[in-house]
Design a protein around this ligand. Sequence first.
Ligand code: NAP
Length: 207
Amino acid sequence: MKIGIIGSGHIGDTAARLFVQAGHEVALSNSRGPQSLKERVQQLGPQARATTVEEAAAFGEVVLVAIPLKAYGSLPRAQLAGKIVIDAMNYYSQRDGELDFQGHTSSEFIARYLSGARLVKAFNTMWFKTLGEDGKPGAPLDERLVLFIAGDDAEAKQAVSRLIEQVGFAAVDTGTLAVGGKHQQPGAAVYNRPMRPPQAREVLATL
Ligand SMILES: NC(=O)c1ccc[n+]([C@@H]2O[C@H](COP(=O)([O-])OP(=O)(O)OC[C@H]3O[C@@H](n4cnc5c(N)ncnc54)[C@H](OP(=O)(O)O)[C@@H]3O)[C@@H](O)[C@H]2O)c1
């Protein structure tokens, strides 16, 4: 599969490596432009290329967005229309400033902004080092760590779940962008707490 990466820092770069290892092609982008990613894509090999943000969005059948949330206004809406977009972003007011989500979760807000994109909130609850080191491709699902997913598009969620499994984690669905989006926010019970599916389901059942 072709996967665009917008934001190639801790999370974007780690996910890109995992996607390449799972056999996918990736287009990495950041705010400074493709030249700044040249060395990194050489390390990742022929399945990786460095592109502009717009090119990464156009390239991906799935596009992972992993930039500071405050920069959402620069996302290329036209190129992301119709795409499965993975929203790995979290809102931290100290970093992102005061943003008004108009009573919605940050992912609902981004989904409205990117109208037409099929948004799934995922890859946002796990520290990048855990993501980079603790995947177990091939292990039984209940023995893997969980990456939580939320979204309003069942087919898009299935596609993202498959990707999660290919890179060695188990996908657990927290619900819609409204409900699951809240369960996956910073400070929530499953946020940044590595756990396996049985525990994840137990915790979610108490919410
Ligand atoms: N760090 C974690 O463990 C972790 C875990 C889960 C979720 N997250 C979330 O993932 C997002 C990224 O976090 P991170 O830790 O990966 O940040 P990071 O290491 O600072 O990387 C941010 C990346 O976004 C790029 N970027 C910034 N503004 C951009 C723009 N307008 N257009 C395109 N690219 C842009 C940066 O490019 P330049 O360097 O060229 O500016 C950089 O590649 C945040 O929302 C964070 O809350 C982080």
